[in-house]
Structures are given as structure tokens and as C-alpha cells.
Design a protein around this ligand. Sequence first.
Ligand code: 13P
Ligand code: SF4
Length: 357
Amino acid sequence: MHNAITPPDFRLPPEQVPETIVEQLAGEERDECLRRIKHLLRERDAVMVAHYYTDPDLQLLADETGGHVSDSLDMARFGHESDASTLVVCGVRFMGETAKILNPEKRVLMPDLHADCSLDIGCPIDEFNSFCNSYPDRSVVVYANTSAAVKARADWMVTSGSAVDVIRHLAEKGEKIIWAPDKYLGEYVQAQSGADMVLWQGSCIVHEEFKGRELAELRKKHPRARVLVHPESPAPVIAQADVVGSTTGIIKAATELDSDVFIVATDRGIFYKMQQAAPDKTFMEAPTAGRGATCKSCAHCPWMAMNSLTKLQETLRSGANEIFVDEDIIERARIPIERLLNFAAQRKQVIYGNSDA
Ligand code: 13P
Ligand code: SF4
């Protein structure tokens, strides 16, 4: 008989959340930095892989230099397919690690190795291991936003778009689930699939700040607006969504839905691509409580904001900030990631990072 344990609350105290500092380069200085980065990318045989939440200048550079802007898993996939020997991952650390796990022969650099994620920080391997050991009869399913070591402890890695399908598939086989780390995404998946799940209690400090009551008020003021929500958001926000989806899923919905006004509950970095994809449409941020109240990040991830043009240039120049993952961890962490890719391929689904398949 094993004693099941309640996972500790690993939410980051506000004082440990860094300030969101956005670099402001303009004019000559910006142009010169862009020019140097383009030159260094060619010289170092490097390609940029950037997330939708990063600075528009980084997304622009990635697009203009044969790189890729996308969601988390698709970033890794692109890196795998590219011929470049160096990948420069502009995003957060788990994205760099996933790129390395799938491309161990390549050099993976990041503009800032401190670019973390509250979900990843909130799921330390030792505590997670003990949690898993207390439920030996359950399959371990982890979200992409975890460290390489946590993935190495898992049976499956999933993205938000694939999570419901994978969990449903496991539940149909009679499997019971350990889910980590995002409790909101876990609750959403549980409600959709009806699976027997125990949930780790992590959360995203950006999405957690979206407020259900204020969203309802904003919807009253804009009755024609459609609501697009990333599933890392709390249930009262998800309940008001017209579409719940990953970053890729949200952009797709903005182009496909028959509406010209949208309220968007995810990091505002995504607006750059949404505006490119649907230039005639209007996008509004879903409400947070604001800086004066509880919210420190206010719809912009402080760790994503650590990716700046200046740091990218310096990383390419010096070769610093390389991602290393132990060989043993790479071997084990590949298994749950490839399980997801095979599952998707068998179902002939395209699985985006955390997206609607
Ligand atoms: P996506 O994979 O949907 O882009 O999400 C990554 C993420 O960190 C969301 O907060
Ligand atoms: Fe992590 Fe949230 Fe930032 Fe995404 S937005 S990287 S989940 S802290």
C-alpha cells in the first residue's frame, strides 16, 4: 500500500518573478544590430527559432533569415529539419532543451539562459519524482513546459492541443494518470476527457492573471467580440472562450472565425503575428488585475522578454549561452516526446507546439 501525497504548492511568490523588461532599440542602433545579427547568423551557420511571445524584431529577423517563428514543439521540429549546425532558440529554457533533445548533434544557443518558465521552475525533479513514486500504478504525462529531467521521468509528453486526445486514449486503455505541472490545463483536460487524473499544482504566472469577472464585463462592452483563450488560463476564463487553443491555434482561429474583433487571453507578444495574419481585425488583451493589484507580468512573460536583440547579437558573437543536456537524460527524455510524435503521425494529425491538432 502506497501513500498518495498531495503535491506541494509550487507557485512562485511574486518577489521571485522578475520584472518584465522590454529592450527598446530604435533608429540607427536598431538597424545596426539587425545588420550585425544577419551577418553573424551566416558566418556561424546558425538559424533562428523564435516563439510567438518574443519581441517583434526577433520574429521579423527569424522570418527574414530563413528561420522559424512558431509554438514550442514546432520550434523543435523545425530545428530538426534545418541543415544549420547551430540553432539559436529565442524563447524559454525548456524550448532550448527540447531542441537539444531532438537535435543532440547540433549546437543550441539561447540569448539568455535565465529565460525560465514558472511551470518548469514549479516542478523540481526530486519532488516530482517522489510524487510519481507515490502513485506507482499511474502513467506519468507531462506538459512540454518542463525540464529535460522531468520529461525523462515521464511516460508521455504532451502539448495543449494534443493533451485531450492523448489522455482520452490512455483512459480508454484503462490507464490512470499523473499530470504535471499546469493545474489549469490539467483541470481542462480532465473535464474534456473524463480521465482519472491526479494533478501537480503548478501554474503559469502570465495566464493565471486573466480574470473571469473582468472578462465578462469587457464582453458586455464588446458583444461582437470573439474570445480566444490559451488553456493555461483559469477555468472561469476558459469557460467564456469561443476557442481554446495553443498559440498556433489562437492565430489560426483569428484568421478563420467570422468576426473582426477578438479578446485574447494569452501573452500579448502573439499580437504581432495575429496582426500579420489578419491585418483588418482588432485584437484586445483579456483583462488582468493590473500592476497595482496582483499581477506582475500583466500579459507579457518576463522570461520571454529576456530575449533581446542585444543579447542575441552577443550570443552569436561569443558562442556563449549554449544548452547542454546530459546524454543519459537526452536518451530518456526523447522517449515521451517521440511517443507523442508517433501518436500524432498514426492519427495523421499535425501536432503544433501546444496547439489544436
Ligand atoms: P505554445 O506551445 O502554445 O506556444 O505555448 C507555450 C507557452 O509557454 C504558453 O505559455
Ligand atoms: Fe512559462 Fe507562462 Fe512564460 Fe509560457 S507564458 S513560458 S507558460 S511562464
